[in-house]
Write a protein that binds this ligand. Structure first.
Ligand code: ADP
Length: 159
């Protein structure tokens, strides 16, 4: 069984994330989306809400699971029986940091990192940018699934 992990904060999931997860799901037997629990950073959505949205957004893929993790990514990979991490690269600016992490992770445990170039449609897209757009009344419908857009509007209008 060839398994890959797609890690991130997914606060919330965007079409950029889904593009990477969908493409990875065609290359591996199973893809595990790992939602990082970061106690030092409060997100707009709780980890449980992010997982719920990811599960709904990936429900049509038969081989994608969504789990949360804290601590080292390589320990999560080992626990899941995954030898590969998939990271999406949006721009050269993503590369420096991702390269450092990939090299650390292979040194720590032998887990490989594969970089997937972003779909050019989403190369500027991040969860934080989407949150800003919705917060100030912009239309994010091309960038997140409809139900995520609705949750964003509700949450950001409450705040
Ligand atoms: P962000 O909060 O910046 O959206 P995450 O930590 O949730 O990022 O991202 C998780 C993974 O998804 C990372 O590998 C990141 O490079 C990738 N990713 C995020 N947005 C995109 C995008 N628009 N296109 C391709 N990959 C992306």
């Amino acid at each position: 069984m060839r398994r890959a992990v797609c890690p991130g904060s997914f606060d919330p999931v965007t079409n950029g994330h889904l593009d990477i997860v969908g493409r990875a799901s065609r290359l591996f037997d199973e893809v595990i989306v790992g939602v990082l629990i970061n106690h030092s950073k409060t997100g707009l959505f709780t980890v449980e809400e992010r997982i719920e949205m990811l599960r709904q957004a990936t429900a049509s893929y038969g081989n994608v699971r969504v789990e949360s993790f804290h601590g080292l990514l390589v320990d999560f990979c080992r626990a899941q029986g995954a030898a590969v991490v998939i990271k999406g690269l949006r721009a050269v600016s993503d590369f420096d940091y991702e390269l450092q992490m990939a090299q650390m992770n292979i040194g720590l445990s032998g887990v490989e990192t594969l970089f997937m170039p972003t779909n050019p449609l989403y190369s500027f897209l991040s969860s934080s940018l989407v949150k800003d757009v919705v917060k100030w009344g912009g239309d994010a419908s091309s960038y997140v699934p409809d139900f995520v857009g609705e949750r964003l509007v509700t949450r950001l209008r409450q705040n």
